[in-house]
Ligand binder design. Structure first.
Ligand code: FES
Length: 643
C-alpha cells in the first residue's frame, strides 16, 4: 500500500510505500534533509515535525527520546530515520534540518611543478597508400611516428583501431595522434589539434568532490568547481559508507555509481565553463581517503575498516575511463594515486606532495582536519603519519545546534570578557540557524578565556550571567537569543557540546603527541605546521591552539594551505616525476596505528584538558589566560606521561 507524503515548506509530495521511513521518503522525493549518520539513529540531526498524520506513524522510539527534549516531542518533532510511514502525512522540514548549500573549500596552495604530462600529441602527415605501398593503416602510422618523432614500440588502443581507417582518410592523411606515457595511442584526430590537451584532477572527499580542469600544454588551471559528495545521503561519515558498501555487490555498485555521477557532474560544469569537449580530456587523476579510493574503483572497502585495516591495493592504479564510466575521452587514463594505509589515503599522499614535506630539510607537521584527521610529521629523511578519529563534531554532528558550514551557520564567535556579551558572525550574514565547527572551536577558546569554563571544560557555576543558565540537561550558554535567530529558539552551547569538541580535539592532539614522541622531537623543533582541508581553512589557528587542538607551535609557523589534496592531484596530473614521488611517499611514510600504541588511552585522556593536562607544554597560552585574570587550577595528575 502507498501513501501520499507531503514535505513542507518545499511542498514536494510523493506516493511512498507503507513501512518506509520519512528519511527514505525524503530521499525518494529529493527533499533536502540532513542525515549525518545515514539513518542509523546516531546523529539526531534528521529532525522533522509531523504536521498531519502523527497517528499514522510508529510510536516514538528510545533513540528519539534520547535526542529530543520533552518540549520538542510535545511540538511534534520526530527523527525522520526512526519514523515509519503508515498513512498519509504532512511533514515540516525545519530550517536546521535542511542541508542547504555548503561552503566548500576548493582552492589550495599553489606548488609549482615542471610540466611533463603523461599525454602528448603529435601532428603527422602520412604518405597515402598506393599499389606499391600497401602497408596497413596502423603500420603506416607507426612507421611515420617512429621516423618523425622517434617513437618506438607504440601500441594502438583497440577503440582507436575501430575508428582509425575513416579518420585517416577524413583528415586526408594529416592527423594528430594522442599518446599516453610514450606507449599507447589513445586517440587520432583529423587535422592538427596538438594544442588541445586537457586533464581533469579530482579530490574525492567524504563530504565534497572538488575538480580542476587543466590545460596540459601550459599547466594552467582553466576552471575549478565542487559538489557535495552525492554519497552523503548514504551516511555522512566514512564508516557509514563502508558499512553500506560492504553489504553486497549491488550496494557497492550503487555507491560507486553515486560518486562517479558526482565526478561527471563536476566535469560537466568545468567543460561548460571553458568550452572544452569531453573528448579532449585525455587523463584524470584522483585522490581521496582509502575508503573513497576503493569505492571509486569498485573495490569492496570492508577490510579497510577491520583490524589490521589493510587496503586492497596500495600503489597507484591506472584504469581506462570507459571502464569506470567517467565522461572524459573513453580511451583516456584514470590514475588513482597510491594510498598509505587503511585510514591514511591518497589524499594524504597529495597533501605531502603539495606541502613538499617529503623534500624539506626542516621538520614539518601537517594536519588534514576532517571526520578523520590525518597527522603527518617529518621531513625528507623520515615521515610518520597517523589517522585520528576526530569524529563528525566539527561537521556539526552531536552538537545540539551544530550544523555544516552552510548559509546561516554561526562561523565566528567572540565573548566580551567584562560583560560576557557575545558577538558572532554568520555565513552569508543572515540570521543564525545553528553553529558550525569553526565557531565551536572559537566558542571553547572564548569560554576558556572568559573563565566561563575551566581547563577541564566544565562550566563555572559561579559565573553570573543570564547567558549561563540551567536547562533540563544541565548548564548551557546562550550564544544567540531566540529573537535574533532564524529558528525561533535560543542557540545554545551545552556541556555535552563542549565535551564533544574536547573529544575531537583530544583525538587530534593525541595523534600529534604520539608522532612527536615517536620521532623524539619537541614543539620547538617543528619549523612549520600546515593546516589543510575545508574545515582547517576556516578555523582560527589561534583559537585552535588555545584549546590544544595542536601543540603550542608559534603562530607565525602555522600555514593554512586550503585544499592541499586538490593541489596534489593537480601536480600528479601535470608531472610524471610527481607521480613517481607519490609512489615513493606511499612506500616511505611510516603509518602508525594509534589504537595499537600502548600510551594511546592515557594520552587521549590527557589531551581532553584545555589546552592539555601538562600546562608547561603551553606556556604562552597559560600566560595569556593568567593575564586575563583566569585562575588556573593545576590538573589533578598527569597520567602515564612519558615525556
Ligand atoms: S539520527 Fe536520523 S539520520 Fe542520524
Amino acid at each position: 500500500m502507498e501513501f501520499e507524503v507531503v514535505f513542507q515548506p518545499e511542498g514536494k509530495h510523493m506516493k511512498i510505500p507503507s513501512g518506509k521511513t520519512i528519511l527514505e521518503a525524503a530521499k525518494i522525493a529529493g527533499v533536502d534533509l540532513i542525515s549525518i549518520c545515514g539513518g542509523l539513529g546516531k546523529c539526531g540531526k534528521c529532525r522533522v515535525v509531523i504536521e498531519k498524520g502523527s497517528d499514522k506513524t510508529n510510536p516514538l522510539t528510545s533513540i528519539e527520546r534520547n535526542f529530543l527534549s520533552e518540549a520538542e516531542i510535545a511540538a511534534g518533532y520526530r527523527l525522520a530515520c526512526q519514523t515509519i510511514i503508515r498513512g498519509p502525512l504532512v511533514v515540516w522540514v525545519p530550517e536546521e534540518s535542511r542541508t542547504g548549500k555548503q561552503r566548500l573549500q576548493i582552492e589550495g596552495i599553489e606548488t609549482p611543478v615542471k610540466l611533463e604530462p603523461y599525454i602528448k600529441k603529435y601532428f603527422i602527415e602520412l604518405p597515402q597508400p598506393n599499389l606499391h605501398d600497401i602497408r596497413s593503416d596502423a603500420d603506416r602510422l607507426l612507421d611515420e611516428l617512429k621516423k618523425v618523432y622517434r617513437l618506438n614500440n607504440l601500441k594502438v588502443d583497440y577503440n582507436v583501431l575501430l575508428q582509425m581507417p575513416s579518420i585517416l582518410r577524413e583528415g586526408n592523411w594529416k592527423v594528430t595522434v594522442t599518446v599516453w606515457n610514450d606507449k599507447t595511442i589513445i586517440d587520432v584526430d583529423p587535422g592538427n589539434t596538438a594544442k588541445r590537451i586537457f586533464g581533469y584532477a579530482v579530490d574525492i572527499g567524504t563530504t565534497k568532490i572538488a575538480g580542476y580542469l587543466l590545460d596540459l600544454n601550459t599547466g594552467v588551471v582553466l576552471a575549478v568547481d565542487s559538489l557535495m559528495n552525492p554519497q552523503a545521503s548514504y551516511g555522512e561519515d566514512v564508516i557509514s559508507r563502508i558499512t553500506y558498501a560492504s553489504y553486497d555487490q549491488d550496494k557497492l555498485k550503487e555507491l560507486q555509481q553515486a560518486v562517479i555521477e558526482g565526478v561527471n557532474q563536476v566535469l560537466k560544469s568545468l567543460l561548460d565553463k571553458t568550452g572544452v569537449s569531453p573528448k579532449e580530456v585525455y587523463e584524470m587523476t584522483v585522490v581521496g581517503n582509502t575508503a573513497m579510493h576503493h569505492i571509486f574503483l569498485g573495490i569492496c572497502p570492508k577490510y579497510v575498516a577491520l583490524a589490521p585495516y589493510a587496503p586492497a591495493v596500495k600503489s597507484g592504479v591506472d584504469v581506462k575511463a570507459r571502464k569506470l564510466g567517467v565522461n572524459i575521452n573513453p580511451n583516456g587514463n584514470v590514475h588513482v594515486l597510491p594510498v598509505i594505509g587503511g585510514f591514511v589515503g591518497a589524499d594524504t599522499v597529495a597533501v605531502i606532495l603539495a606541502t613538499e614535506l617529503y623534500k624539506r630539510e626542516e621538520l614539518c607537521m601537517a594536519l588534514d582536519i576532517g571526520t578523520n584527521t590525518e597527522v603527518v610529521l617529518g621531513n625528507k629523511n623520515k615521515i610518520l603519519a597517523v589517522s585520528c578519529a576526530s569524529g563528525p563534531a566539527f561537521e556539526g554532528a552531536h552538537i545540539k545546534y551544530g550544523m555544516r558550514a552552510a548559509s546561516g551557520a554561526i562561523e565566528k564567535v567572540q565573548i566580551d570578557p567584562k560583560t560576557l556579551e557575545v558577538k558572532y558572525q554568520t555565513i552569508d550574514n543572515i540570521k543564525p540557524c545553528g553553529i558550525c565547527g569553526s565557531a565551536m572551536v572559537d566558542v571553547l577558546a572564548e569560554l576558556l578565556k572568559t573563565g566561563i569554563i575551566d581547563i577541564s571544560g566544565a562550566f563555572n557555576k559561579d559565573i553570573k550571567s543570564p547567558r549561563l543558565r540551567q536547562s533540563e540537561n544541565g548548564l548551557e550558554f546562550v550564544l544567540a537569543w531566540k529573537d535574533e535567530t532564524a529558528i525561533g529558539k535560543d542557540i545554545t552551547v551545552t556541556q555535552k557540546d563542549i565535551r564533544e569538541i574536547q573529544l575531537a580535539k583530544a583525538a587530534i592532539h593525541t595523534g600529534c603527541t604520539i608522532l612527536m614522541r615517536k620521532l623524539g622531537v619537541k614543539e620547538s623543533d617543528i619549523d612549520a605546521l600546515f593546516i589543510a582541508g575545508a574545515f582547517g581553512s576556516y578555523i582560527d589557528p589561534k583559537s585552535a591552539r588555545i584549546i590544544g587542538m595542536y601543540p603550542e607551535i608559534p603562530l607565525n609557523k602555522v600555514r593554512i594551505v586550503g585544499n592541499a589534496a586538490g593541489t596534489g592531484a593537480r601536480m600528479a596530473l601535470a608531472s610524471k616525476t610527481i607521480r613517481r614521488k607519490a609512489e615513493e611517499i606511499s612506500r616511505k611514510v611510516n603509518y602508525i596505528e594509534l589504537g595499537a600504541e600502548p600510551e594511546f588511552q592515557a594520552e587521549f585522556l590527557n589531551s581532553h584538558f584545555l589546552p592539555y593536562v601538562d600546562l608547561t607544554k603551553y606556556p604562552e597560552t597559560i600566560n595569556m589566560l593568567k593575564k586575563l585574570g583566569i585562575q588556573i587550577k593545576e590538573p589533578p595528575m598527569i597520567l602515564n606521561m612519558k615525556a
